[in-house]
Ligand binder design. Structure first.
Ligand SMILES: CC(C)(COP(=O)(O)OP(=O)(O)OC[C@H]1O[C@@H](n2cnc3c(N)ncnc32)[C@H](O)[C@@H]1OP(=O)(O)O)[C@@H](O)C(=O)NCCC(=O)NCCS
Length: 197
């Protein structure tokens, strides 16, 4: 797949490279900041273990083979700073396709990198014929909610506790119906909820 580019920022979405990205992942996911990143993504505390190079290499190798997920690394000005991926199969709690992202390099946060990466993936998915894109975030993840609202997502349904992890989540979705102002009660996509202030 060719790299995707984002408007307004030197962000490119590129294919993972196992040796480079496994070392980066270990760096991003280690220590207090790594723990916080994993917590923000909804990894339960008792599943957080020190990241190892072997594990990360195996995980990233699997990205390259997977047919149920699109995966990109986020490059900012030539440096890999995070990852963004789209699950093509629904999970128990979230329809597909569903996008997730992580700016693992904390020094790259707050610059619009996740928003720009999301915009590039939304463009790509539209080109693939996708009419509704889903996402979810912990209700406590205000940064992620802001990014999704800014990109045009709306809450889809009420917040819920996922029985799989015991955490409190909110699903989101964006679709062509939303962009035109959806007022169809039969369409489950657009349900108003409060944007974090
Ligand atoms: C959430 C995350 C992806 C944001 O990445 P980023 O590149 O810093 O995001 P952006 O700069 O594009 O936008 C961040 C938005 O959130 C806001 N924000 C950042 N930190 C925040 C916080 N702690 N509380 C509330 N809002 C916050 C920013 O002000 C910005 O909103 P604005 O554009 O309306 O001003 C990044 O912090 C991260 O990777 N966190 C860990 C993994 C994660 O949470 N992934 C998402 C799982 S659903």
């Amino acid at each position: 797949m060719r790299p995707l580019t984002a408007p307004n920022l030197p962000v490119r979405l590129v294919m993972p490279v196992v040796t480079r990205d496994s070392a980066l992942s270990v760096r991003w996911l280690t220590g207090g900041k790594g723990r916080e990143t994993l917590q923000m993504m909804g990894v339960p505390d008792d599943h957080i273990a020190p990241a190892s190079l072997e594990q990360e290499a195996a995980r990233i190798t699997s990205f390259l083979d997977r047919t149920d997920q699109y995966n990109w690394m986020i490059e900012l000005g030539g440096t890999i700073v995070g990852a963004i991926w789209v699950d093509l199969q629904p999970s128990a709690m979230l329809p597909a396709p569903a996008v997730s992202y992580m700016v693992g390099d904390t020094s790259a946060r707050g610059k619009g990198v996740a928003g720009a990466s999301l915009a590039a993936v939304m463009d790509f998915m539209s080109g693939e014929g996708c009419t509704t894109l889903h996402a979810r975030a912990l209700v406590t993840n205000d940064a992620s909610a802001r990014i999704l609202f800014r990109a045009g997502f709306a809450c889809a349904g009420d917040p819920y506790i996922d029985p799989g992890d015991g955490l409190f989540w909110q699903n989101f979705a964006v679709g062509s119906a939303d962009r035109q102002g959806n007022d169809d009660p039969q369409n489950p996509v657009a349900v108003a909820c409060e944007e974090p202030s």
